[in-house]
Write a protein that binds this ligand. Structure first.
Ligand code: AHR
Length: 506
C-alpha cells in the first residue's frame, strides 16, 4: 500500500482549540465512586481524591471535564450534592443508588487539582428553567443572595466561575429521562438559555444535538433546535461512539471517516439555519462495544437490584481500539474549522482510558496513549492535507484513503503528524511533503501490534504490554532538505511524529 500526503504551513484549517482534548466524568458505574473518589484508598487525600488517578489524569492531559452526566443528569437534583445532608437517591438512568457523597464542591476542588476546566450539564429532563438558573446562581454569583451565600456557607467563598454549560443531555433519545420532541426541547432550551444569560452573561451554552448519526431525527432535530435557540447558544453537541461490528475491522478502522461525515453533515445544517457562528461540541466520543452493554450488561444490571456504583461499561480496550481512538482524534483535528471542543467519554473506569481497582492500582488502558500524545503535541494550527494513493472499500464508510492523517504546526515551528494506517494486514509506504518550513524529526511513537501480540491484545491491572514504541530507525526518514518525510507504517497502526524546526546557523 502507498500514500502520498502534502501539507503547506500557509494552508490552515484553523487553530487547534485546547478544548479539543476534553473528557467526561459522569455519575455512573465506578467513574466517580472508586474512580476519581475513594476515601480511604492508600493514595487518597483528605478529600477522598485518589492521588494515583489524579497523576494519570495529569499525564493524560485533558483540558476540560464535563460533569455530572450524561443520562444521569436528566433525573439529577444538584442540591443533593451540596451541604451536609447528602440523601441517597435512585439513579433511574443507570439503575443504581447514588450516595451524593461527591457533588459540586468536590467536583470543583477535583477539577482544580486535575488542572482542568469545568463543563457542567443542567437537568432538562425532569427539571427546567428555574433549577438551571438556580445552579448557575449558586456556582457563579459572587454573594449576597440566598443561593450564593449557601455556596459560601458550604465552603466556597469565591464563585466557581463555570463558563461552559450543557443544556441537558441527549434529549433526542427515547432512552433519556424526560425525552422530548425537537420542538419541546428547542423551546425549553431557548428559555433556559435566555434566563441563564440574564444571570451570567459570561456563560457559553451548548444545546443538545443528536445522540448519533443513525437517529431517525438526525438533521431535523438540529434544524428545529437551532431555529428555537438562534442567537442564544454558542455550540451544538454531537455524540459519536464507534465499535467493530461482526468482525468488520475494515469499517472499524475507517471510523474517522464516519466522524468526518457526521461533523460535515452537522456543519451543513448549522449553515442552512443561518447560525454559522455556532460551533460543534463533540462532547461525547469514543469506542464502545454497545452490543455488550445492551445484550449482557444492561439486563444483568436491572436484574441485580439497586446497588451503589455497580461495575458497568468497563470496556477493556485492545490495540485495535487504540488505533481507532487515534483515528477519531485525527478526524477532530481535521475539522477544527467547525469543532470547537470535544470530550472523550469517559475518563475513569466507564469506557475510559484510565481504570482502577477499588483499594488497588490505577492503570493505563491502550486508548490512554493516543489521547496523551495528541493532547501533548497537537497544538497551534491544523493544516489542510492533500492526499493521494491507495484506497480501501469499507462496508460502513464507503471508499476511504488507506492513511488517515492530521498535521499541526505551532508558531515556534514545532509540529506533529498523526497517521492511521487503516490497512489491517499490510504495511503502507508513506511520503509526506510539508511546504514552507524545514523540519527535523523530534521523535516517533507508534501504536501497533508488537512481537508476541495480536490486534486483540489488551492491558490489565497486572500488566500493560500495549504502549507506544518508536518506529524503527529504518522505517522513518527525512530528506536532507527537511521537507519530505517517508515512513513505513505498520499494518493497523496509529503513529505520532514530533517535528522540530531546523535551527539555522547565525
Ligand atoms: O457515556 C455513556 C452514556 O452514553 C452517556 O450517559 C450518554 O449521554 C450516552 O448515551
Amino acid at each position: 500500500m502507498r500514500s502520498q500526503l502534502e501539507a503547506d504551513v500557509a494552508a490552515v484549517i484553523g487553530p487547534v482549540p485546547r478544548r479539543l482534548f476534553g473528557s467526561f466524568v459522569e455519575h455512573m458505574g465506578r467513574a466517580v465512586h472508586t474512580g476519581i473518589h475513594e476515601p480511604g484508598h492508600s493514595t487518597s487525600d483528605g478529600r477522598g481524591f485518589r492521588g494515583d488517578v489524579l497523576d494519570l489524569v495529569r499525564e493524560l492531559g485533558p483540558t476540560v471535564v464535563r460533569y455530572p452526566g450524561g443520562n444521569f443528569v436528566s433525573a439529577y437534583r444538584w442540591e443533593d450534592g451540596v451541604g451536609a445532608e447528602r440523601p441517597v437517591r435512585l439513579d433511574p438512568a443507570w439503575h443504581s443508588l447514588e450516595s451524593n457523597r461527591f457533588g459540586l464542591h468536590e467536583f470543583a476542588a477535583w477539577a482544580a487539582a486535575a488542572d482542568v476546566e469545568m463543563m457542567y450539564a443542567v437537568n432538562l429532563g425532569t427539571r427546567g428553567i428555574q433549577e438551571a438558573a438556580d445552579v448557575l446562581e449558586y456556582c457563579n454569583h459572587p454573594g449576597g443572595t440566598e443561593l450564593s451565600e449557601r455556596r459560601r456557607a458550604n465552603g466556597a467563598d469565591s464563585p466557581f466561575g463555570i463558563r461552559l454549560w450543557c443544556l441537558g443531555n441527549e434529549m433526542d433519545g427515547p432512552w433519556q429521562v424526560g425525552h422530548k420532541t425537537a420542538d419541546e426541547y428547542g423551546r425549553l432550551a431557548a428559555e433556559t438559555a435566555r434566563l441563564m444569560r440574564m444571570i451570567d452573561p459570561g456563560v457559553e451554552l451548548v444545546v443538545a444535538g443528536s445522540s448519533n448519526p443513525e437517529m431517525p431525527t438526525f438533521g431535523a432535530w438540529e434544524r428545529t433546535v437551532l431555529e428555537h435557540t438562534a442567537g442564544l447558544v454558542d455550540h451544538i453537541s454531537l455524540h459519536a461512539y464507534y465499535q467493530e461490528h461482526d468482525g468488520d475491522v475494515g469499517s472499524y478502522l475507517a471510523s474517522g471517516a464516519g466522524l468526518d461525515a457526521y461533523i460535515r453533515a452537522t456543519a451543513d445544517i448549522i449553515d442552512a439555519t443561518g447560525n454559522k457562528k455556532v460551533g460543534i461540541s463533540v462532547d461525547e466520543w469514543n469506542v464502545w462495544d454497545q452490543r455488550l452493554w445492551n445484550e449482557v450488561e444492561q439486563p444483568r444490571l436491572t436484574a441485580g437490584g439497586w446497588r451503589h456504583h455497580p461495575e458497568i461499561i468497563e470496556d477493556t480496550y485492545t490495540i485495535t481500539d487504540a488505533v481507532v481512538v487515534g483515528s477519531l482524534l485525527n478526524s477532530l483535528l481535521r475539522n477544527v474549522d467547525r469543532v470547537t471542543m470535544a470530550n472523550l467519554a469517559q475518563l475513569v473506569n466507564v469506557i475510559a482510558p484510565i481504570r482502577t481497582e477499588p483499594g488497588g492500582p490505577a492503570w493505563r488502558q491502550t486508548t490512554f496513549h493516543p489521547f496523551r500524545l495528541a493532547s501533548t503535541f497537537a497544538k497551534g494550527r491544523s493544516l489542510r492535507l492533500g492526499v493521494a494513493g491507495d484506497t480501501l472499500d469499507t462496508e460502513r464508510h464507503g471508499r476511504v484513503e488507506v492513511v488517515d492523517a492530521a498535521v499541526t504546526i505551532e508558531e515556534t515551528g514545532h509540529g506533529a503528524v498523526f497517521l492511521t494506517n487503516r490497512a489491517a494486514t499490510s504495511a503502507t509506504e508513506l511520503s509526506l511533503r510539508v511546504r514552507g518550513i524545514r523540519l527535523e524529526l523530534g521523535g516517533t511513537w507508534t501504536m501497533a501490534v508488537q512481537h508476541g501480540q495480536t490486534r486483540h491484545t489488551v492491558n490489565s491491572a497486572e500488566t500493560q504490554p500495549v504502549r507506544p514504541v518508536p518506529l524503527r530507525d529504518v522505517a522513518v526518514t527525512l530528506d536532507p532538505e527537511g521537507t519530505v518525510i517517508t515512513a513505513t507504517l505498520p499494518p493497523l497502526s496509529w503513529t505520532a511524529l514530533r517535528l522540530t524546526p531546523v535551527v539555522r546557523d547565525a
